[in-house]
Design a binder for this molecule. Structure first.
Ligand code: PLP
Length: 394
């Protein structure tokens, strides 16, 4: 009667959602203040005041038709010019509006890219730990996801494992730096090595391999450079979003960048437009296109995330956990205290510590703790993590 695959995707909750909903129920029993919910990646820093000011100015100064009417499919041309100029100023690139396609956030951008590139039986490669939605996005376009296991000592790339998984069927590789869930930022060395390997394989297979760079956390980095990947590898498609950088997750706004250097710009941009058309991702929310263009040269204050991350990282290390220090995003990805990360997260619930098993991100034996939450919750959680560690004899 219905697509079995779609029914399953729509009715089976993700582990993250299940844990979050468990937390809501538990809060009714023991009180909100007693739950340490590290499950969701919903920014707790409010959208900056300049966003509100931009909305008010647009609504006051512009004609309703210009604010709320359809834009052309790829998005408002003036908005795309402004955003391209702001990327160029920050990263030394040379885009213009024609290189951008506005989307409803990064999820839409990534899905459009997969759809634009994939032919039946193609493969895309992701690096564990990875955003779990990649799998259903890739499979929805008839392609297969191959996973490169995590390099757990630093969460950079295991190039031997990557080379083993590249094949003539590889259409693209997806990277996410700063990373959800590890907090790792790919170094320039990693990006250069990745670009060199992909170039070698493109020659060997005699077809392009695209690098899809999923970048919702680009601006959330703590004192390190986040290399702009189009400068290192020509067949890169950038998927950007304002969900995290401006705390606009509910508004659904972002874009895809297709650089001129891409193997065949007009075909690739054309395929992006075609994929957006069939997925009905044309004409991204018009008001929000205008807002992000007005705010393109402004930035949010990320110090609350940095403070939370440092407090949680140091507290966990003191309690005996082993964890790679995050350089960006708002997640920690420590080792679980037993091999079975599900059992570990279940045990943590005893202390109302709500954690997500690493297996859900393709990296067993770890757990994710989102620290985009109240500072007081992190303070309260630290003695509980210590008690949990004591149960394991640490
Ligand atoms: N990619 C990663 C790695 C994410 O963590 C998220 C959201 O949490 C997304 C994409 C989706 O972002 P958006 O809200 O822009 O669709």
């Amino acid at each position: 009667m219905v697509s079995e695959k779609m029914r399953e995707l729509g009715t089976k909750k993700s582990t993250i959602r299940e844990i979050f909903e468990y937390g809501r129920k538990r809060a009714q029993e023991v009180g909100e203040e007693n739950i340490c919910d590290f499950s969701l990646g919903n920014p707790n820093v409010p959208a900056p005041d300049f966003i509100k000011q931009a909305v008010l100015a647009i609504m006051t100064e512009m004609e309703p038709q210009a604010v709320h009417g359809y834009t052309i499919a790829p998005g408002n041309p003036a908005v795309r010019e402004t955003l391209a100029a702001s990327i160029n100023e920050r990263f030394g690139t040379h885009f213009s509006g024609r290189n951008l396609f506005m989307t409803a956030g990064a999820a839409a951008a990534i899905t459009v890219c997969f759809k634009a590139l994939a032919e039946e039986g193609d493969e895309f490669i992701a690096f564990a730990p990875f955003f779990p939605e990649y799998r259903c996005f890739v499979e929805s376009v008839g392609a297969n996801l191959r996973v490169v296991p995590a390099k757990t000592e630093d969460f950079q790339i295991d190039f031997v494992a990557l080379e083993e998984r590249l094949s003539p069927r590889t259409k693209g590789v997806i990277v996410n730096s700063p990373n959800n869930p590890s907090g790792a930022v790919y170094s320039e060395k990693t990006i250069k090595e990745l670009a060199a390997l992909l170039r070698k394989k493109q020659q060997e297979y005699d077809h392009p391999i695209f690098l899809i760079s999923d970048e919702p956390y680009r601006e959330i980095a703590y004192g390190c450079e986040v290399p702009y990947i189009t400068k290192y590898y020509e067949n890169t498609l950038v998927c950007y979003s304002y969900s995290k950088s401006f705390s606009l997750a509910g508004e659904r706004i972002g874009y895809i960048v297709v650089p001129d250097e891409t193997v065949d710009f007009s075909s690739v941009y054309g395929a992006v437009a075609g994929a957006a058309r069939v997925l009905t991702h044309v004409n991204a929310p018009s008001l929000w296109q205008l807002v992000v263009a007005r705010c393109a040269r402004l930035s949010s204050d990320i110090t609350p995330y940095e403070k939370n991350g440092t407090m949680l990282y140091e507290g966990l290390v003191r309690a005996g956990f082993s964890c790679v220090k995050p350089q960006g995003a708002f997640y920690l990805f420590p080792r679980a205290l037993e091999a079975d990360d599900y059992a570990f997260c279940e045990r943590a619930k005893k202390y109302d510590l709500l954690l997500v098993p690493g297996t859900d991100f393709g990296c067993p034996g770890h757990f994710r703790a989102s620290y985009c939450i109240k500072e007081q919750t992190i303070e309260r959680s630290l003695p509980l993590f210590e008690k949990l560690a004591e149960e394991y004899g640490i």
